[in-house]
Design a protein around this ligand. Sequence first.
Ligand SMILES: Cc1cc2nc3c(=O)[nH]c(=O)nc-3n(C[C@H](O)[C@H](O)[C@H](O)COP(=O)(O)O)c2cc1C
Length: 197
Amino acid sequence: MNQKLDDSALETLFREARTYAAWQPRPVADQTLRDLYDLLKWAPTSANAAPARFAFLRSKEAKERLRPALAPGNIEKTMMAPVTVIVAYDMKFYDQLPKLFPQSPGMKQMFESNPQLVEVTAQRNSSLQGAYLILAARALGLDCGPMSGFDNKKLDAAFFAGTKIKSNFLCNLGYGDASKLHPRNPRLTFAEACRIE
Ligand SMILES: Cc1cc2nc3c(=O)[nH]c(=O)nc-3n(C[C@H](O)[C@H](O)[C@H](O)COP(=O)(O)O)c2cc1C
């Protein structure tokens, strides 16, 4: 049985959490990135396949390698961020299924023979894992700036050449500078976005 989180935790995870484009000059420790992965890895994926792969870029060299792939509007915020995560997925994620989902020995073969299923499973579940990363980061006191404004092909050539790994989206990580936030945009109401049948 889950315990309901208190209001201050819900503020941190959802209501007060914003998307940041400016950062305090405060580094993010390697241990915090390890803690981040060790939280998000527990959230669910289909067949426990966990197709996401995460590249945490913090060095000047890695940021410069990323720069040419970024949309112009995403360059400055990314160069300034203490860390930029590439949320990617491994198109050969099914090689890990004998370890990750041993109760279904036929699963690996099923994916091997169905490239379309591989693609949709990898995209769906790595997107979920990217969302888990955002919430886990917030739970650890970090702020996020997710981005899809970049050239996936260029990025993949720069970071994943010769592998079966493909980028999904990017997420800047750090401690946000709240003084640079614009007023928050509204969200759809329950009536606009949901129905109960
Ligand atoms: C998958 C994804 C891609 C995004 N791509 C970009 C982007 O390329 N550039 C950018 O400035 N913001 C980007 N955003 C940020 C959104 O515009 C922002 O999260 C949204 O407006 C909500 O803002 P708030 O969290 O401050 O309320 C992206 C967000 C997500 C989740």
